[in-house]
Design a protein around this ligand. Structure first.
Ligand SMILES: *Cc1c(COP(=O)(O)O)cnc(C)c1O
Length: 406
């Protein structure tokens, strides 16, 4: 007997576990800075799949590289050498002024690997007591159990049982609090140079340098979680580079594959040396397809003047946002972030989620973040005329934005 007719979206949507409060929009294709629905309605994508599609959608170089690799070879496992992995590792290590790279598939996984490396480094140096990881208030490092312990959002841990030990939090940007937390049992300080989920919050000037100095003084490693802020997002290959400090470990994911899942940890060779064969692994990590994507993204980011052009266009956006802040009296409390990891923190009477929905009605996609902040994460390739469209949309949506009901 034929099943009674049911509309497809409803029956199949229920088959997906509701871990996200999803918006009822389904895109079928993308081109540059725009996403299109089935009925060909265009949306300006200033979310980039949460800082992932950094080259926009359907980028020619990325598409060609993946097509080429799809025709050759997808996966062999890390039991064998992988040419694309060696190539991308060398490029990332050079860009970060570090030595060796471990590849995996996501940000949380890469952060976990960095924590294991930091602990193992001290263990091999005869300091097995150095296990504590000092994290920042407002930090987001991922959703695995250990990264939940590293993340400063107690609500995310609710009902998930005992957390791995050894993660402590100190207020972001506060050097005195950090120094007070340091001691002979600390393995590493883990910090997002520009916090993403925490509200597009850039470290205050001088903070990262001071973290580096304190780490050196106490014999502690510095881990930069660049999962969101890296790969050109903040106007430099890695956002810590704006401060001139040098971390021991740099963690990447999101933008690294331009839409293909790739995670990576870049480390000093002394840290790599503590990780012998069998010490860590990933079945999928760094497979030929993922490496084709990563290398194609690097091809663009390494072009002379590309990052300079990102900084120029980000400054153009910044100037427009400052004009908006002046015009929308009392609505914007603070402009935050760096490069194309931008935050608009609204005054308490207004709600960032409402602004995000109003922009979506105007066919502009953005992402809310903590601290009542709207995040702008456009592709690094966004044009100035597309930035104008974003600014006009913000002008309209902010102009109409009413106060939250009491
Ligand atoms: C998104 C994010 C992560 C987690 O990445 P996943 O790929 O979702 O596991 C970790 N750190 C930062 C800074 C992030 O923005």
């Amino acid at each position: 007997m034929a099943a009674p007719h049911q509309t497809m979206p409803q029956t199949t949507a229920d088959a997906v576990m509701p871990t996200y409060g999803r918006i009822d929009l389904c895109f079928v294709r993308g081109e540059g800075s725009y996403l299109y629905t089935e009925d060909d309605s265009a949306y300006l994508d200033c979310a980039s799949g949460i800082a992932v599609t950094t080259l926009g959608h359907n980028h020619e170089g990325l598409r060609a590289a993946l097509h080429d690799q799809i025709d050759k070879l997808w996966h062999t496992s890390n039991l064998f050498r992988i040419a694309g992995q060696e190539k991308l590792a060398a490029r990332l290590a050079q860009a970060a002024n570090l030595d060796q790279v471990f590849f995996c598939n996501s940000g949380a996984e890469a952060n976990e690997a960095a924590v294991k490396m930091a602990r193992r480094f001290h263990y091999r140096a005869g300091h097995e007591e150095r296990v504590r990881i000092i994290c920042a208030g407002g930090a987001f490092h991922g959703r695995t159990l250990a990264m939940l312990a590293a993340t400063d959002r107690p609500a995310f841990r609710e009902g998930f049982g005992p957390m791995p030990l050894g993660f402590d939090h100190v207020p972001f940007g506060n050097m005195n609090a950090l120094r007070d937390a340091l001691g002979p049992d600390v393995a590493a300080i883990m910090v997002e140079p520009v916090q993403g989920e925490g509200g597009a919050n850039a470290a205050p000037s001088g903070y990262l340098q001071a973290v580096r100095e304190a780490a050196d003084e106490f014999g502690i490693l510095m881990i930069a979680d660049e999962v969101q802020s890296g790969m050109g997002r903040a106007g430099h290959m890695f956002s810590y580079q704006a401060s001139g400090c040098q971390p021991d470990l740099v963690v990447l994911a999101k933008g690294l594959g331009g839409g293909f899942p790739v995670g990576a940890v870049i480390a000093r060779k002394e840290i790599g040396a503590a990780m012998g064969p069998g010490s860590h692994g990933s079945t999928f990590g760094g497979n030929p397809l993922a490496m084709a994507a990563g290398n194609a993204v690097m091809d663009v980011l390494e072009q002379p003047e590309f990052l300079e052009s990102v900084r120029d266009r980000a400054a153009y956006l910044e100037a427009g946002l400052q004009r908006l802040q002046q015009n929308m009296i009392g609505k914007i409390q603070e402009l935050r972030g760096a490069g194309f990891l931008r935050g608009i923190k609204l005054a308490d009477a207004y709600v960032a989620g409402t602004l995000c929905a109003a922009l979506r009605d105007l066919h502009i996609l953005t992402v809310p973040a903590a601290e009542n902040t709207l995040r702008l994460l456009p592709p690094l390739t966004i044009s100035t005329s597309e930035i104008d469209q974003l600014l006009e949309g913000l002008n309209t949506a902010l102009g109409q934005l009413g106060k939250a009901a009491e």
